[in-house]
Design a protein around this ligand. Structure first.
Ligand SMILES: O=C(O)[C@H](CS(=O)(=O)O)OP(=O)(O)O
Ligand SMILES: [Mg+2]
Length: 228
């Protein structure tokens, strides 16, 4: 399997298969939303679009990063979201990096959204599909966010069969700028457990597939059987 690691600004052409990585915190939050029963997540291009989607469908759960904001139901925090009952709900998510990265590869034939919490399921799906070439989109800091790069490299090692210990990758993520800023209260809409929750390897058994549904980009959980 050929792998490459790019930031969002480097996405000049549509890859065939993309794994969009946002450890802190968009896709850790997405995984928790599914664990809490959400049916699907609509990725919004802007806060205005998120609010418009919510206005059109008031039963949807609107979520954005940053501090709590009028019109939004939740913030982009796994610690704050993990006790919400989202059974059967549609979540609308808008964040700074993760959702932007997934929308940037919306025309790829396969788009997986990932973080450490779904690392092995994501790698397994790539193996099962016998994917030849994967573009890992390192969403944070224009491709330099080490929590996202470390996670992407860990998933790549799993996908290529060169299984490896997660410890070193997790150490890098724990020392990243995002982790430090979340821990020090520089970022807003944060629960004290957020960093630890973002560093839970394989907390969930599913991968997350994003695909176009009409004019929207929609993420759904994807069971990846172990036996195949
Ligand atoms: O919510 C997050 O962690 C970030 C936004 S910020 O860096 O905290 O301002 O968004 P994400 O797209 O999840 O990286
Ligand atoms: Mg991030």
């Amino acid at each position: 399997m050929e792998t490459r690691f790019v930031g969002i600004p480097e996405l000049v052409e549509t890859p065939s298969v993309a794994v969009v990585v946002d450890v802190m915190r968009a896709f850790t939050v997405a995984a928790w939303a599914f664990a809490q029963g959400a049916e699907k997540i609509v990725l919004a291009r802007s806060t205005d679009e998120a609010l418009a989607l919510k206005a059109r469908h008031p039963d949807r759960v609107a979520l954005k990063d940053g501090p709590p904001a009028p019109g939004f139901d939740l913030v982009n925090s796994p610690g704050l979201l993990r006790r919400a009952d989202l059974t059967g709900r549609t979540v609308v998510q808008k964040t700074t990096a993760g959702t932007v990265g997934a929308l940037a590869v919306k025309d790829a034939s396969l788009v997986l959204c990932a973080g450490f919490v779904v690392a092995e399921a994501t790698a397994r799906l790539l193996r099962q599909r016998a994917v030849e070439r994967v573009t890992f989109v390192v969403t944070g800091e224009d491709g330099r966010a080490d929590e996202d790069l470390a996670c992407a490299q860990y998933i790549a090692a799993g996908a290529t069969g060169a299984g490896t210990d997660a410890a070193g990758f997790l150490r890098r993520a724990a020392a990243s700028r995002a982790a430090t800023e979340l821990a020090e209260g520089v970022r807003q809409g944060v629960h004290p457990d957020d960093v630890a929750l973002c560093l839970e390897v394989d907390r969930f058994p599913f991968a997350m597939v994003a695909a176009r549904e009409g004019s929207l980009m929609v993420v759904r959980p994807w069971a990846v059987p172990r036996s195949q």
